[in-house]
Design a protein around this ligand. Structure first.
Ligand code: CO
Length: 155
C-alpha cells in the first residue's frame, strides 16, 4: 500500500466527471487499499478516487466503528429528510461550511469484486456518501455551503 497525494481545490481534476469502474482487478484493489491508507493518514472521514487523481467512480467512507466502506460505482437511489451540519473536505484544507444534506439515503454500488450491494445510511454516513458521490460528478461541497464556519467556531 502507499499513501497517495491528495489533489487540492483549484486542480481541474476535481471538476471532471469520473468514468465507471469496469475491471474489478488488482489495479482497482490497489487503488482502494491506497485510498484507505491515504484517508487514514489524513484523518479524514471519506475520500473519492478523483481526490487521488484517478477519474474512476470509487469512494471510501469511514463507518461508525472506524471501519471502511468501499463503494464502487455508487448511485444514491433514494434520499429522505434533511439535516444541516458542518462539512469539510480533504481537498479544501482548513475550511468548514454548513451544508444541507438528506437525513437518510439508500446507496447501490459494487464491492471490489463487482458484487452488487445496497446500504441504507443515515446521519453522518448519509452526509458522507452524498459528499463523496458528488466528487465523482466533479462537484465540491463548497457550492452547497450556506455559510462558512468562523475561526472561533472551528475551535
Ligand atoms: Co471531499
Amino acid at each position: 500500500m502507499a499513501i497517495r497525494n491528495i489533489v487540492k481545490q483549484g486542480d481541474g481534476i476535481l471538476e471532471k466527471v469520473c468514468r465507471p469502474v469496469t475491471d474489478f482487478n488488482g489495479r482497482l484493489h490497489q487503488l482502494l487499499d491506497d485510498m484507505k491508507e491515504t484517508l487514514a493518514a489524513a484523518e479524514g472521514a471519506g475520500l473519492a478516487a478523483p481526490q487521488v487523481g484517478v477519474l474512476r467512480r470509487a469512494v471510501i467512507i469511514i463507518d461508525d466503528e472506524g471501519g471502511y466502506i468501499e463503494m464502487v460505482n455508487p448511485v444514491i437511489t433514494q434520499a429522505e429528510g434533511s439535516q444541516d451540519g458542518p462539512e469539510g473536505c480533504l481537498s479544501v484544507p482548513g475550511r468548514y461550511g454548513m451544508v444541507e444534506r438528506p437525513q437518510q439515503v439508500t446507496v447501490e454500488f459494487q464491492d471490489r469484486y463487482g458484487e452488487k450491494k445496497t446500504l441504507h445510511l443515515e446521519d453522518f454516513l448519509a452526509r458522507a456518501a452524498c459528499h463523496e458521490v458528488d466528487h465523482l460528478d466533479g462537484k465540491l461541497y463548497l457550492r452547497l455551503v450556506s455559510r462558512f464556519l468562523t475561526p472561533e467556531e472551528l475551535e
